[in-house]
Ligand binder design. Structure first.
Ligand SMILES: [Zn+2]
Length: 328
């Protein structure tokens, strides 16, 4: 729907030209890696190295600060990813700078890295917790790197024949070592829906995996052979028994925990659509319809979805502004 809404989504901010054309040219990748303007985001265990002296900023370091033997633009193990080139924007990274991600082993084999700093000086950022505080470039490269890194970690073998696969194309393709077929990064689509009734109340549910006073929008994965709209109607029906009409797309955001794309909708309850309302009892334990006044009233002690989430953004879109409680 509106570009304004999309620009509010912390993980949807991109300041990178992904430069698809350079990925498959080994000479170009080597040259880009050697470029003095190259900068690297370093990930370990799904977290990104933080910039020194800043509350929440992703470090973008030069290759000479990487640990010995780490970082290779032609790595076939998925440990180095070409993210693309920086686009125009605020901050010290000039447009055109080649950007990379390097994934350190999860095990503490490289304690004290990168560079000459001790591990005690390092801070590592959790994307989900810090995304809303990061700048556009930092949020974009962290999201891109984490999403592709998660794919490499879980797709080490060919799904057809089970043989090992090796990374190529700057980390954007894996190839089966037996059949030679190309394997591409996967993204799992999920729908998330703000359901509004004829009294302009918003439906929120409490998930079995959360604290019992945390409420959010209902959501679920799109099934194979299903449209986004059909998935929205089905998921709301399954989780709440509520029937909705004409879900309307409002925006989308990658959610690399580990591999989702959240597609946001707003929808109205169909006439008589609450007749069979009930939480599914497995995933959703409680359903509540909130007026705006009820959401704003902190006596309810309701915890909302974190600021990184599209759920938060859709709720605030309906609410008409930032929610009064910080959430996390
Ligand atoms: Zn194979």
């Amino acid at each position: 729907m509106s570009r304004d809404f999309q620009s509010l989504l912390p993980l949807s901010r991109q300041r990178v030209d992904r430069d698809h054309a350079s990925r498959t040219d080994a000479d170009v990748l080597r040259r880009l890696w050697a470029d003095d303007a190259s900068r690297i985001v370093v990930l370990r265990g799904g977290r990104a190295l933080a910039a020194e002296g800043e509350a929440a900023a992703v470090a973008l370091i030069t290759a000479d600060r990487l640990p010995e033997g780490i970082g290779d633009p032609l790595a076939d193990d998925g440990s180095t990813l070409y993210l693309g080139r920086a686009l125009e924007g605020p901050g010290p990274i000039p447009p055109g700078s080649p950007l990379w991600a390097v994934f350190l082993p999860d095990a503490p084999a490289h304690e004290g890295t990168p560079g000459d700093r001790t591990s005690a000086d390092e801070r590592w950022l959790d994307l989900r917790l810090t995304a809303a505080e990061l700048d556009d470039l930092g949020a974009g490269v962290f999201t891109e790197a984490l999403a592709v890194g998660n794919w490499h970690r879980t797709h080490t073998h060919c799904p057809r024949c089970g043989a090992p696969s090796r990374a190529e194309a700057g980390g954007w393709v894996r190839r089966c070592t037996v059949q030679g077929i190309e394997l591409f990064p996967r993204t799992d689509a999920a729908v998330i829906v703000g359901v509004v009734d004829d009294r302009d109340r918003l439906l929120l549910g409490s998930n079995a995996m959360w604290e019992n006073n945390r409420y959010s929008l209902l959501a679920g994965f799109v099934e194979p052979g299903e449209s986004l709209e059909a998935a929205a109607i089905r998921e709301i029906g399954e989780e709440s028994g509520v029937v909705i009409d004409d879900p309307e797309y409002v925006g989308s955001q990658p959610w690399p925990f580990p591999a989702s794309l959240m597609v946001g909708f707003l929808a109205r309850v169909a006439p008589g659509g609450t007749a069979a309302e009930r939480p599914d009892g497995e995933e959703i334990l409680d359903l509540r319809w909130f007026t705006r006044d009820e959401l704003a009233d902190d006596r309810h002690g309701i915890l909302f979805p974190g600021r990184s989430s599209i759920a938060r953004a859709i709720i605030e879109r309906w609410y008409g502004g930032p929610l009064p409680e910080a959430g996390f």
